[in-house]
Design a protein around this ligand. Structure first.
Ligand SMILES: NC(=O)c1ccc[n+]([C@@H]2O[C@H](COP(=O)([O-])OP(=O)(O)OC[C@H]3O[C@@H](n4cnc5c(N)ncnc54)[C@H](O)[C@@H]3O)[C@@H](O)[C@H]2O)c1
Length: 276
């Protein structure tokens, strides 16, 4: 159901690879809510993924950019402003990648070159996007910027590796830049901490099936899926959240406030009984 929440708004969406991507679901919902969009991803993701299909669904151009490269971002923001005929209103940063996770290298034997890449792609890119937009004065007053995070920024979850550190930096950037951009142009910056979700990036996390089962048992409302996340991002881009900034907002069915649930305890009891 659409509510016209983003009527007259224009936004830039990073990170739609295929129809499993959280960014894909956000783009479709934003389009339904009346927004005009620009879609972006790396040239290789555009070639290998399905973003051109999304471009047709949302009637939005795809402008390639590696979000770690300032020149790419400047080109992206300038071209987007040309497309929109001026400033725009919201940005979704939905970008994550760890070469250490990809290659199965554990946290206590980490490759530091890969570690820097993880931080650059998954966290510093958020700073770069915001800094470029601010320098080019690309956003309208009362704009909204959202990045997707994960509870591993606060709690240790086996297998999440250096992505946990990246998410902690990402959330800190939302606070640090949230102050500057809020003070100057009333632009809000938040992170949404999403339940584990079976996407291309998600399925790279060690033991993802077990993690999804565990958090489902632990969360009173069950895991939030990518469609739920899209709904939440729409509210964050809408005028209904104009005074929410510098927050990390949990969107996880209640998981982050739980210690032990009955469903998880039952499962634990069962496996305990099965072990001699
Ligand atoms: N899937 C989950 O369980 C989960 C949970 C919480 C948060 N998140 C976060 O959600 C976001 C989106 O991930 P997803 O689960 O939809 O997976 P996804 O694989 O569909 O999306 C990740 C995207 O990052 C893009 N990307 C990688 N390097 C890039 C670069 N240098 N420049 C620009 N884009 C680049 C990829 O091309 C891809 O489109 C990530 O930040 C992820 O950490 C995911």
């Amino acid at each position: 159901m659409a509510y016209n929440l983003l009527r007259d708004k224009k936004g830039m969406i990073f990170g739609a690879l295929n129809d499993k991507s959280i960014a894909w679901k956000v783009a479709v919902r934003a389009h339904e809510e009346g927004a005009r969009l620009v879609l972006t991803n790396t040239p290789v993701a555009i070639r290998m993924g399905e973003i051109n299909q999304l471009s047709g669904i949302c009637n939005a151009p795809v402008i390639p950019a590696d979000a770690t490269q300032i020149a790419d971002l400047e080109n992206l923001v300038n071209k987007s402003m040309e497309h929109f005929g001026g400033q725009f209103d919201f940005i979704l940063h939905s970008i994550g990648m760890s070469p250490n996770v990809r290659k199965g290298i554990p946290y206590d034997d980490i490759n530091y070159e890969y570690y820097l890449k993880t931080l650059d792609i998954s966290a510093l890119s958020f700073h770069k996007v915001i800094q470029v937009c601010r320098k080019l004065d690309a956003l309208n007053e009362w704009g909204s910027i959202v990045a997707l995070s994960y509870v591993a920024a606060q709690r240790t979850l086996f297998g999440y590796n250096d992505m946990a550190d990246a998410k902690a930096v990402l959330e800190s950037i939302a606070r640090s830049f949230g102050y500057i951009y809020g003070r100057e142009k009333r632009i809000r910056i938040n992170t949404v901490s999403q339940s584990p979700t079976m996407t291309t990036a998600g399925s790279g996390v060690k033991g993802m099936d077990s993690l999804i089962d565990f958090t489902e048992r632990m969360s009173p409302l069950g895991n939030a899926d990518a469609d739920d996340c899209a709904d939440f991002c729409i509210i964050m881009f809408s005028d209904l959240t104009r005074k929410v900034t510098m927050q990390n907002l949990y969107h996880d069915g209640g998981f982050s406030s739980m210690g032990m649930s009955e469903k998880a305890m039952n499962q634990y009891d069962k496996s305990f009984r099965e072990c001699p």
